[in-house]
Ligand binder design. Structure first.
Ligand code: ADP
Ligand code: ZN
Length: 633
């Protein structure tokens, strides 16, 4: 049988079905390799375009591509999105009725599906295995493959079963994909999934459109509000908090301020969780306040910011969470507020945790790397990419690049603090947390200071050259770089470490990062902020357009909201923002012109083409909008 060459066939599918002009990064190589029957391990950042790497081969190869995905709650949306593109897809998981299940199974057996999404636990049953035996399977795609790693941050026991794919169906090509790939995780995936013969494709992990910013935590809620109001009004975003309680408090506080904010954590009833997730996906401009239980596989392309109000436990987790911003390639912000209490809390949690010494050491290493990122004087992106083994230049789009922090010699303050700890321990056998030590250094006669006679210490009042804020920043940085330790007793007691002594003796200098309130306020310049500094009140995509195009965009957006609501699908399934902006700029007047816009494929052309052309034509006939900007709010 004559076959069209892989690259040509793949490009046809890319253009006609998905409506994109060209492949990104390693996509084309991966697709060729898998179409030709090879196994692949694909490491690509969130938003890099992993889905096409298995969807296109599944459409080209005979049979049905079976996609193993842990994201049961999202399978429905994934399949709907494919359906809108004219791709024949179905899913099997615990959420569907027996009738739906049978219909999907029959369609798969009859060869009527290109893609079948399957929850990993299903593979454990003999029944499913026999069902798969009856199919012509074109490939197995293992999405979120890092879930197989026991040392990683998302371990799913069901994923260990996936070794069966190779054992039982050795001739079916397998493609494992993940966005979390330190070299160690990569090796573990290969090992556990038996991918020794797979070719590994590593894309750059850089997400240049995301601006990385980490600022000292002072009044976290006020800082967050400022971020939303001045840079992300009306945008969809995710706010991550560590505890369920802070999730609820933050969501309430934002709602009181008139922001559409919804809570999400594992303690909420599952109906509430899924209702909130659906609103986040379907409505424009919803802010989800969540624990890390939320987000994996959320492929909403127009999340404009991800904010962390608490310190993540590892760079891997942080990068994956922040990677949920800006998948559409438009500017987005990854912002975090972090302070002394975060460091104390996390160090303490590790100290007090159950696990064995090796496990604690591992957690400690993850945290150290994360703290290193927070306290760095270098480009944040360079440091993150370096963590994933990728060399790069300073990026120009992170806070340290935009507003280089200064270093100052903190040796003397460090010595004052450390010697206070030494004296308390040596002379009185007492130990205290940061707050009390700072009171002593600042010479404050608090009730506790007087009760314990700490105003008699020789270090009492010797630290008045620094403010309380500066002291807290100093303690935080000493904890971050291991010159201080916190015990696991739950009281935040500060202790010396091996690294304290060289500092006390003056053999080792301590470099600290300057941070001032002023700096915090000045930071935050970004390409998408309006040059006149007027706070944005429209969505970012609209903001990037010229006034006339913006009007077309807003009309298209309103049409999209209606269409999505009627069809009960997320707005971006109709068209993502990036495509609507493209249409607003191109102002197509024929279907051919519309098809040339990135993101418009045949099926959507057929479904929406006439509507879109009518809107564009009507908008273009109106008198142009007054180009002056509305007054600042
Ligand atoms: P990942 O799964 O790696 O996080 P996705 O597969 O969801 O990323 O892709 C992210 C976004 O990029 C989606 O909106 C997708 O449609 C788009 N995309 C993927 N490949 C291309 C391409 N070659 N050209 C244009 N857009 C693309
Ligand atoms: Zn940078």
């Amino acid at each position: 049988m004559a076959r069209v060459s892989t690259p040509a066939a793949a490009l046809d599918v890319l253009r006609l079905t998905f409506g994109y002009d060209s492949f990104r990064g390693t996509q084309e190589q991966v697709i060729s390799h898998v179409v030709d029957g090879g196994d692949a391990l694909v490491l690509m950042p969130t938003g890099g375009g992993k889905s096409l790497c298995y969807q296109i081969p599944a459409m080209i190869r005979p049979g049905v591509g079976v996609v193993i995905s842990p994201l049961i709650a999202l399978m429905h949306d994934q399949v709907t999105a494919l359906d809108r593109l004219g791709v024949r897809a179905g899913f099997l998981n615990s959420s569907i009725s027996p009738d739906e299940r049978r219909a999907t199974e029959q369609a798969a057996v009859a060869g009527e599906l290109d893609l079948l999404y399957l929850a990993p636990e299903r593979l454990g049953t003999e029944w499913t295995q026999e069902f798969l035996d009856r199919l012509e399977v074109s490939l197995f795609a293992i999405d979120e493959a890092h879930c197989v790693s026991q040392w990683g941050h998302d371990f799913r026991p069901d994923y260990l079963r996936l070794s069966i794919l190779h054992d039982r169906w050795p001739t079916v090509p397998r493609i494992a994909l993940t966005a979390t790939a330190t070299p160690a995780t990569g090796r573990e995936i290969v090992e556990r999934l038996g991918l020794q013969n797979a070719r590994t494709f590593v894309a750059s992990f850089d997400r240049p459109n995301i601006q990385y910013r980490i600022e000292p935590k002072q009044q976290p809620l006020a800082q967050l509000l400022k971020l939303i109001r001045t840079e992300h009004a009306g945008d969809a975003g995710i706010v991550y908090c560590l505890s369920r309680k802070s999730v609820e408090k933050t969501a309430e506080a934002l709602s009181r301020e008139g922001i559409t904010a919804l809570p999400y954590h594992a303690g909420l009833p599952s109906a509430v969780r899924s209702a909130h997730q659906t609103r986040f996906l379907r409505e424009d401009g919803v802010v989800m306040v969540a624990t890390i239980a939320f987000g994996m596989g959320i492929d909403k392309p127009d999340v404009r910011f991800v904010a962390h109000l608490d310190l993540p436990k590892s760079i891997e987790g942080y990068y994956q969470e922040t990677g949920r911003a800006g998948r559409d390639g438009l500017p987005a912000t990854a912002w975090m507020a972090y302070g002394l209490a975060d460091v104390v809390q996390q160090r303490q949690m590790i100290e007090g945790s159950e696990g064995d010494a090796q496990h604690k050491r591992l957690l400690g290493q993850h945290l150290d790397a994360m703290l290193g990122l927070c306290e760095t004087l270098r480009c944040r992106r360079q440091l993150i990419l370096g963590h994933f083994g990728e060399a790069s230049e300073p990026c120009g789009n992170c806070d340290t690049c935009l507003n280089p922090p200064e270093a100052w010699d903190g040796t003397v303050p460090a010595q004052k603090l450390l010697s206070t700890i030494v004296r308390l321990k040596r002379e009185r056998n007492q130990q205290y947390g940061a707050g009390h030590l700072i009171d002593i250094l600042l010479g404050r006669r608090t009730e506790r200071v007087e009760r314990w006679g700490h105003d008699g210490l020789s270090t009492f009042g010797i630290g008045t050259d620094l403010t309380e804020l500066q002291w807290r920043a100093t303690v935080r940085q000493l904890l971050a770089n291991g010159v201080l330790a916190v015990s696991g007793d739950g009281h935040g007691t500060l202790n010396l470490t091996e690294a304290s002594w060289p500092v006390l003796r003056g053999d080792q200098q301590v470099q600290l990062r300057t941070e001032t309130l002023v700096r915090t306020q000045r930071s935050g310049r970004r390409t998408a902020t309006r040059p006149d500094g007027v706070p944005r009140t429209r969505s970012l995509a609209a903001d990037m357009l010229a006034a006339g195009d913006r009007e077309v965009f807003e009309l298209l957006r309103a049409w999209r909201a209606d269409t999505a609501r009627t069809a009960s699908v997320p707005a971006y399934v109709v068209f993502p923002d990036a495509t609507l902006t493209g249409i607003a700029q191109a102002r197509p007047s024929t279907l051919e012109e519309l098809m040339a816009v990135n993101g418009v494929g045949l099926k959507k052309l057929e479904q929406y083409g006439d509507d879109v052309l009518t809107i564009v034509a009507a908008a273009s006939e109106r008198p142009p909008e007054d180009d002056t900007d509305p007054s600042p709010v």
